[in-house]
Write a protein that binds this ligand. Structure first.
Ligand code: SAH
Ligand code: SF4
Ligand code: F3S
Length: 467
């Protein structure tokens, strides 16, 4: 079984690891009691992610002691960060592998069965090797109708708080033909929703032109741009929805907004990470924009793309954040009228610039209180946005039975909102249906089935429900 601790990128890597192991003869199981191999795909974005992993490893020691043939694999960003020390802290771990060796999962497991524990961390992705974008690798996808597609790995930004560049390496874009090839084959297999993944998608392609020029080859003379990629992905037959994450506000350009507006398949949802509302804090974070510029771009996005839902990430308690700075974040968040927001408490990550600002660390009690105050503002705008949708007819893609009420179905709108809805028909996962919105809460909408708009496409591949 594979357990994922991180972001979409991490989840997508988990799908590849699961796919590789399945290809190697292992069967997926949901319960670790039945498993012979447990893979933990880790995250290290905040300290609690570290604590979660070592907590889980503590529990897994008993599982491993019960049968020494059982194997534990630690993969992902925390493995990349902690390297050999994972096995020093938890010697019962069999394999530690980094973010650049996903393709080696099966070999490393074999190696450890033969010769004991192994740690293999590559410092950089191997360019030109399928290790980079292992689209050729088997993938065990979580859903039949939606798929993640990596367009870029790594990150060249220097946000002062962030460990991602250290654990995911430098930014490397995937050639556009390769991306389109994967999208076409997914669509042919019945996938109707494509989720493009990158840490900084607006700079997609920049490195491709540079690298080709450096190699004295001018095949890629003009950098392929994210806007063009969006249009081309949206034009692939069978693709009904395109989403992406994450754009960086400093690099958000008009051509991307136009591509979103003019490509019918691209969903009206923008994840637009604010991080802070005070210009002083934004500068200390190295974000490269001011609050005013952020809000201007946001207004332009809303003018260009009708009915756009906007979500964000905000960090509270960045070193040196004063009450005045925080007030600015409250004001900007209120002005931005977000549909929803991920709110984080600053967590120092060793090796980042912000972790060294120890003298400016905020008082945790004060930060906790700011977190609660900001949450009130964000919740209020989420509810208002949701209430504004009551009475509308929206298209959803069916995700399954509602967890809140199994007699109801759950679907997701183009704005990425969850709708729990009643229906006399049992619609299959992946069905597109129109639903009337009848009620709204903070995290979801309630609706009533109206009609089916598209049935799931006949598929040739089987999706196995995840562990
Ligand atoms: N590349 C993405 C972000 C990836 S990390 C982007 O730029 O949007 C996801 C979110 O985690 C970030 O947007 C940030 O809000 C939060 N985050 C990152 N490092 C953090 C830290 N050290 N402490 C608290 N939150 C952090
Ligand atoms: Fe981290 Fe900033 Fe890169 Fe996002 S853009 S991954 S927050 S360094
Ligand atoms: Fe993602 Fe966590 Fe790594 S957010 S990129 S899994 S550090």
């Amino acid at each position: 079984m594979v357990r994922t601790f991180g972001c979409q990128m991490n989840e997508h890597d988990s799908e590849r690891i699961a796919g590789l192991l399945e290809h190697d003869g292992l069967e997926p199981v949901a319960d670790e009691g039945l498993a012979d191999v447990v893979v933990l795909n880790t995250c290290c974005i905040r300290e609690n992610a570290d604590m979660k992993l070592y907590g889980t490893l503590g529990t897994l020691k008993k599982w491993k002691d019960a049968d020494p043939n059982r194997q534990i694999v630690v993969a992902g960003c925390l493995a990349q960060k902690d390297r050999e020390s994972v096995r020093t802290r938890a010697p019962w771990v069999d394999v530690v592998m980094g973010t650049h060796n996903v393709h080696r999962a099966a070999e490393l497991l074999h190696q450890s069965s033969e010769s004991g524990g192994v740690t293999e961390i590559l410092d950089e992705a191997i360019v030109d090797d399928y290790a980079l974008f292992p689209s050729a690798l088997p993938v065990r996808r979580e859903t039949s109708y939606r798929s993640w597609v990596t367009i870029q790995i790594g990150c060249d930004n220097t946000c002062a708080y962030c460990i991602v560049p250290a654990v995911r390496g430098k930014e490397i874009s995937r050639p556009i033909d390769d991306v389109l090839g994967e999208v076409r084959s997914l669509a042919a297999g019945g996938v109707t929703e494509i989720f493009l993944l990158g840490q900084n998608v607006n700079s997609y392609g920049r490195d491709l032109a540079l690298a080709s020029r450096r190699a004295g080859d001018d095949t890629v003379r003009i950098a392929p741009q994210f806007a063009a990629l969006l249009r081309e992905v949206g034009a692939v037959p069978g693709v009904r929805r395109v989403r992406y994450m994450s754009p960086h506000p400093k690099d958000m350009r008009e051509d991307t907004l136009l591509a979103m507006a003019e490509t019918a398949a691209v969903c009206e949802h923008l994840h637009y990470p604010l991080q802070a509302g005070s210009d002083r804090v934004l500068a200390a974070m190295h974000r490269g924009y001011t609050a005013e510029r952020y809000l201007d771009r946001l207004a332009e996005a809303r003018r260009t793309i009708p009915d756009l839902a906007v979500t964000t990430d905000i960090i509270v308690g960045f070193p040196g954040e004063t009450e005045g700075d925080f007030q600015r974040t409250m004001e900007v968040a209120a002005a931005a009228e977000f549909d929803s927001a991920y709110l984080f408490i600053f967590s120092p990550r060793e090796g980042t610039a912000a972790a060294a600002m120890v003298d400016d660390f905020c008082d945790p009690a004060e930060v906790g209180e700011r977190y609660e105050r900001l949450k009130v503002v964000l919740d209020r705008s989420a509810v208002l946005k949701h209430r504004g949708r009551i009475g509308r007819i929206e298209e959803v893609v069916v995700e399954g039975n509602s967890k809140r009420n199994p007699a109801h179905l759950t679907g997701r709108t183009r704005q990425n909102k969850l709708v729990h809805f009643s229906s006399d028909e049992q619609l299959r996962v992946g069905t597109y249906a129109r639903v009337e919105i009848v009620d709204a809460a903070r995290f979801h909408l309630a609706g009533r089935f109206v009609e089916v708009t598209a049935l799931p496409v006949h598929r040739t591949r089987i999706a196995v429900t995840s562990a």
